[in-house]
Every structure is written in C-alpha cells, then in structure tokens.
Design a protein. Structure first.
Length: 175
C-alpha cells in the first residue's frame, strides 16, 4: 500500500507596491529608496531573462558594512569554471586582459542617488560602480595571471567570494 504524502507549500510573501498599490510576490519587488516597487512598474511588460553561471569566484573578499567597501581586499581571485566550459577555453591562456561578467548575488536595497565612493560626488546608479543595482550585473576588466585546468587566476576582480560568473570576454582596448 502506497503512503500518501502531502507537501505543504509555503505561500510567498505578498508586498504592496508603493507606486501602483498592487500586491506582488516578494521576488517581483525591488526596494528602491526604502520603498517597495513591483517589477511591472519598473520594467513594464518585459519578461525576466534566464541565465546560467559558467563558474564561481573564489577569494577571501566579502562586502563590508559600507556602501562600496570590501573586507579582506585582495588583488588575486580564482574563477573556477565548470568542467563543461573547458571546450571554450582554447588559447585563453595566451590573452593578457579579460572582461568578467558576473551576477551581484549579494545586492542590497537600491538607492536612486547617493555619494559615490570613488570621489564623494552625488550621483545616480548609472554614474557609479555600486553593486546595488536593478540588473545585478557586474562587469570588470582583469589581468589574467594564469590558467590551471578550468581555473583562471586573475588580478583586479572586485567580486566577492562565491559570486556566480556569467561570461568571460576578451578585454578589447581601443588604441
């Protein structure tokens, strides 16, 4: 006799949008300037995109309590790619500079304007390098120090430990 199994689903938390006053699931709400705003108010009818990481960052860096700082800032990081990515690494070790595209998985609530950490100038998100942004996309040019199997050793990556890496491209510097 088969035993009947009941799975209880936890309902997702519903949050009221501060702009259109509709209820949305927690994953469809962004906190901007301490106010919840639903995905539809921000992006209209655009559908979310789906991406898969190709690997993860390994280093000792963590976000600190300031808006932009890192704890244990080190210059060298490892990018551990999945074994399935090996076929795409042909002659990668011959390159000197790469552009790393990564997912900002530890983003905090977004502020539409703030004092930029670089120089203290009051700016909006698009005029800064804040990790707290709607897209959660980070891009950084790095120096490739070496390749060991499917691990890249790079210098200058400001991603924190455990950051999902979405893509790697040749850093193209125009003369």
């Amino acid at each position: 006799m088969k035993k009947k199994v009941t799975i209880k689903m936890h309902p997702t938390k519903q949050i009221r949008c501060s702009q259109c006053d509709t209820l949305s699931s927690e994953e469809d709400v962004f906190v901007i300037d301490n106010a919840p705003i639903c995905r539809r108010c921000l992006f209209g009818e655009a559908a979310p995109l789906q991406f898969y990481p190709i690997g993860f960052v390994s280093n000792t860096q963590q976000r600190d309590n300031s808006d932009f700082g890192l704890q244990a800032h080190e210059h060298t990081s490892r990018i551990n790619l999945f074994a399935s990515q090996k076929r795409f690494m042909y002659k990668l070790e011959e390159e000197e500079r790469l552009t790393i595209i990564y997912y900002l998985h530890k983003s905090r609530p977004i502020r539409s304007s703030f004092k930029r950490g670089l120089d203290g100038k009051e700016v909006g998100v698009f005029a800064s390098r804040t990790p707290d942004r709607l897209s959660r996309i980070g891009i950084q040019d790095v120096r490739l120090l070496g390749v060991k199997g499917t691990t890249l050793i790079v210098e200058g990556l400001d991603a924190i430990d455990g950051t999902p890496v979405m893509d790697i491209k040749l850093c193209w510097q125009r003369g």
